[in-house]
Write a new protein. Structure first.
Lengths: 376, 623
């Protein structure tokens, strides 16, 4: 009894949820504040990275508005309902992925969009939510930790969309979807022995993955290993973004004063490489502040997961939060030259709409999980 | 049962909580990794990346100077800079060269000739140096490209000043020309000073005065974006433009000399003895230097290169001919200066000369002989036997040393590139180069300016000018003065001169009068060019192209044209106050008196005749 770790003595359910009107409309205040500050910061940086074009910022603001609306709407849905719909959403998503592939086959070339007449829609985005939902649903049906059968089933459910998305080809998204499934498994208490085994299996499968890659994907990996080998091609991104970040120093060159970005040496500066603009203009200090903000959001997400009501809620909240971190890590790792160039945006800051709506929907789910708890 | 289930739920919740905390640990680990990486880039390597970022942003661009202009003595423009637009390709910036050119051709006509020139220049270029595909774009073509140019990254319209020579062939051998810098020249020039300059002097005055005409490069620091577009200039050092060059050359005299030579191959060099200034320097035939500026086409070049008349060959400074009898006055002077002979002593000419104890007959040009001749008669009638005898008495050492003081056998140092030294034979030279001993007979041949003795027209003109000057030898030169554009005063180029010592100044008068009698005397070999206006002093000469055998007779009519003798003539005028000294050679022209002398007379007339019209305009420079 005396040997058990300290956290076993903490009773997470003792603390009652604070009452309040925001809570009644299913808003988690700390999370909302964190997201608002982050998105505001993102808009300010986008103004600089997007060549001080106010129209770019306005378009992003509209997207943010839609995404926040989406988040609030989803926050109203009780988690129990989400749980019931999980498999259905998943099935619909996989069917749409197949449809995209078939249409792409006919149209020749990469195809990620599904035109539904009213809106154009990227089914792979849906799967970013559907996969953790389904895996959480599957694992929560049996006591945790999951049995081998459950693990295998969860893996299969994850791999089907991952393969379909990788065939589009969209390596970045398929990686995120795969990590979503695996992270839910991790939260569910996948044994360490299994984790090591899976890592070993992944290492063994790497050559197979390499063979299945497209030429441009291989080139990116090669360039990541040695950026100077192709300074005018793919290596150019990595070299220029490191120059941007490095030349920013501790205090940065000042907002709107980044030469790498404003003189167009930095490619994709307002989308995937916006982190380099922040590094150049605000320096190490600005980056630390930004990462602190992300950390706050992630910690809040993990707290929601830990004190959630049901296993489904816990697994889903944990999975979604960790996917958010994976986004952040892959993007910052790529921009700083730690990871190969994979098309993953900096969450909630990079210019662009699709991933933002998905991310905010995820936060909506987190809020739902937090605020639909039965009060004690 | 309920207890168990509750216990299970608590265990499950604890498991998830533990995992959430472990996950938070991983998150911290991941963020830590990113932070370490950032600290490495932004703190540790900050200096390094700052430099790289600055290098990215700031480019130092050379600003080439404008090449100096060249004027003749009367202020006539001989070399100018004409604005021209060309279409240039930077090959390193173009993905598909063939496709780009094909697409460009739809916009702006590109001929096969253009492609051929492009292919040639492409091989010679430096990395990232733009190569022109079309030259001399019209205003309409420039406008068309301005509209559609954005579709062609790496293709630019380049405005530059193109050197043009308004007098074309007339001044080609004097000025030379400029052309694109080739790789060999690149190795020898100050690359910094030529950054941004495409052209360099390739011959003549353009090459000899390259430093002066080129100027000094300027620089500007510019901020560029990733596509190399200049956004603003941060700092600039303006270039020092090349200096304008004023020549002694008088286009009117040059024109007269060219016309006097006509279609014949040959050279004329006219010098003002008072300052060594070259008034005219003609080598016929000539060529159009403007063809070379933008890179001459292979066909045009072959036509010039393989023409039997060798138009590219500058006979005035590179043509090495046996000077023949034109050197006789100098050799006579040598006889006086060395005390070998006095001018009154007579020598008998039977029509040939033999060395004591030898049967070989060195023939006089006049088969019947001149009888007994003194120095004046020997010069006026160009008696060979007199000079065989004189040379024999002087010996090759004295002969060589004395002739060397007149500049024979060495480059005059005239400011035209590519000058050759000629050849003044000596015992030492023959043993060193030919590995043979010197034979006494060779001394005799040198005494009449034949054999291995070779001189260039510029050497003959400089030596004649020195005789006209009574011993003041001035290095011939074209450049008179240079002026920084816009500066109020010109800067005179230095004069290099020396005084020849012949022991007694009266010897000069003796020789000058002897030469005057060549033209003025009743039996003078050049009496036909006598002038009413002023006295002319001169000396005819004939240079053998091939040797006539001991028993043969040279007959101009039966000898093929290219085997006929070269006709030479040196002269100066007026005798009392010489203002022009001329050397003329007409290749395969026969006798100096009949062919070369009239050319000299026209050149002298052009210079002095013009001088007589206006009272003090005789010297364009007022000295």
């Amino acid at each position: 009894m005396a040997t058990s770790p300290f956290w076993t003595h903490l009773d997470w359910e003792v603390r009652p949820a604070e009452p309040g009107w925001l809570r009644r409309i299913h808003i988690d205040v700390p999370l909302l504040l964190g997201l608002l500050v982050l998105c505001g910061f993102g808009l300010v940086m986008l103004y600089s990275a997007g060549d001080q074009d106010i129209a770019t910022v306005k378009r992003q603001l509209v997207r943010l508005g839609i995404a926040f609306g989406f988040m609030l709407a989803i926050a109203q849905v009780p988690p129990a309902s989400l749980r019931r719909w999980s498999l259905g959403i998943y099935g619909a998503g996989v069917l749409m992925l197949i449809a995209v592939l078939v249409i792409g086959e006919i149209g020749k070339g990469a195809q990620r969009w599904l035109d539904l007449g009213v809106v154009r829609f990227q089914p792979s985005e849906l799967l970013k939510l559907a996969v953790p939902m389904t895996v959480a649903w599957l694992l929560s049906r049996r006591p945790l930790p999951p049995s081998l059968l459950s693990i295998l089933l969860a893996m299969t459910l994850t791999l089907i969309p991952v393969v379909l998305i990788a065939k589009q080809p969209d390596l970045g998204t398929s990686l995120l979807v795969a990590s979503a499934g695996i992270l839910v498994l991790f939260i569910a208490g996948l044994s360490w022995r299994m984790i090591i085994g899976l890592a070993a299996a992944a290492a063994a499968l790497a050559p197979l993955l390499w063979m299945g890659m497209h030429d441009y994907q291989r080139a990116r990996v090669m360039t990541f290993l040695n950026p100077e080998s192709d300074p005018l091609g793919t290596g150019y991104h990595i070299i220029q973004s490191q120059i941007a970040i490095g030349s920013g120093g501790i205090s940065g060159k000042g907002w709107l004063n980044g030469t790498q970005s404003h003189l167009e040496f930095l490619p994709e500066r307002h989308t995937d490489f916006i982190f380099a603009v922040i590094g150049e203009e605000l320096g190490f200090t600005g980056i630390v502040a930004l990462l602190g903000l992300y950390l706050f959001i992630i910690v809040r997400g993990l707290m929601i997961a830990a004190r959630a009501e049901s296993n489904y809620d816990r697994l889903l909240a944990g999975g979604l939060t960790l996917v958010f971190f994976v986004y952040l890590f892959v993007n910052t790792g790529m921009v700083t030259g730690l990871l190969p160039v994979v098309g993953v945006p900096l969450p909630l800051i990079s210019y662009g709409g699709t991933s933002m709506v998905t991310l905010m929907a995820g936060f909506g789910i987190l809020m739902a999980i937090e605020t639909h708890r039965r009060k004690k | 049962m309920l207890e168990d289930s509750l216990e299970d739920r608590r265990r499950e919740q604890r498991l998830v909580t533990v995992r959430a905390i472990v996950a938070a640990g991983f998150v911290l680990l991941g963020l830590g990794l990113i932070l370490i990486r950032l600290a490495h880039l932004q703190v540790e390597m900050h200096e390094h990346f700052s430099v790289l970022s600055q290098d990215n942003r700031v480019k130092i661009q050379p600003v080439p100077p404008t090449r100096g202009l060249i004027y003749d003595a009367k202020g006539l423009l001989l070399a100018e800079n004409h604005p021209s637009f060309s279409l240039e390709l930077t090959i390193e910036k173009i993905d598909d060269l063939e496709a780009t050119i094909a697409e460009l051709a739809k916009l702006i006509p590109i001929t096969e000739k253009d492609r051929a020139r492009f292919a040639r220049l492409k091989r010679q270029r430096m990395r990232f140096q733009a190569v022109p595909i079309r030259l001399n774009l019209t205003a309409a073509e420039v406008a068309r490209f301005a509209v559609d140019g954005y579709r062609f990254p790496g293709v630019d319209v380049h405005a530059e000043l193109i050197r043009t020579y308004p007098k074309a062939a007339l001044t080609a051998h004097v000025l030379g020309y400029v052309g694109r810098i080739n790789e060999r020249e690149l190795a020898s020039i100050d690359k910094g000073n030529y950054a941004g300059t495409n052209f360099i002097g390739k011959g003549g005055v353009e090459k000899a005065h390259e430093d002066l005409l080129h100027g000094r490069v300027g620089y500007q620091q510019v901020e560029v974006n990733a596509r190399g577009r200049i956004l603003r200039t941060l700092e600039s050092t303006p270039p020092e433009p090349g200096q304008d060059l004023y020549l002694y050359l008088d286009v009117a005299v040059q024109q007269a000399a060219t016309e006097a030579l006509g279609d014949r191959r040959g050279a004329v060099v006219a010098i003002d003895p008072r300052n060594g200034g070259v008034l005219a320097l003609v080598s016929q035939p000539s060529f159009d230097p403007n063809l070379f500026v933008e890179g001459i086409s292979q066909t045009d070049y072959d036509a010039l290169l393989y023409s039997p008349d060798k138009p590219l060959y500058n006979r005035a400074v590179r043509g090495q001919y046996p000077p023949g009898s034109t050197v006789k006055p100098f050799i006579a002077l040598g006889g006086l200066a060395t005390g070998t002979i006095n001018s009154r002593k007579g020598i008998y000419c039977p029509g040939y000369f033999s060395l004591p104890g030898q049967s070989h007959r060195f023939r006089c040009w006049r088969r019947g002989g001149h009888g007994t001749v003194n120095m004046r008669q020997a010069i006026v009638q160009s008696c060979d036997v007199y000079f065989y005898s004189l040379a024999n008495q002087m010996g090759i050492e004295k002969l060589h040393d004395f002739m060397a003081t007149f500049g024979f056998g060495a480059r005059t140092g005239v400011d035209i590139s590519g000058e050759l030294p000629g050849l003044l034979p000596s015992r030492e030279w023959k043993e060193r180069v030919r590995k043979q001993p010197w034979y006494p007979g060779e001394t005799l041949i040198v005494g009449i300016g034949q054999g291995s003795f070779l001189a260039t027209p510029i050497q003959l003109a400089a030596a004649t000018a020195a005789a006209a000057n009574r011993g003041h030898f001035i290095q011939p030169r074209l450049g008179y003065a240079s002026r920084v554009p816009g500066a109020p005063t010109a800067h005179k180029l230095p004069m290099v001169s020396r005084t020849l010592d012949v022991g007694n100044a009266s010897y000069w008068d003796t020789i000058v009068e002897d030469m005057a009698q060549v033209v003025e005397g009743a039996r003078g070999t050049a009496k036909r060019i006598r002038s009413k206006d002023y006295r002319i002093a001169g000396k005819t000469g004939t240079a053998q192209v091939f040797s006539v055998g001991q028993k043969e007779t040279y007959n101009a009519a039966t000898t093929p044209e290219r085997m006929r003798d070269h006709a030479l003539f040196v002269a100066f005028a007026p005798v009392e106050d010489p203002r022009i000294a001329v050397a003329v050679i007409v290749e395969n022209g026969g006798h100096g008196g009949s062919t070369a002398a009239p050319v000299a007379r026209r050149v002298i007339d052009a210079h002095l005749g013009g001088a007589q019209l206006s009272q003090d305009g005789e010297d364009p420079h007022g000295n």
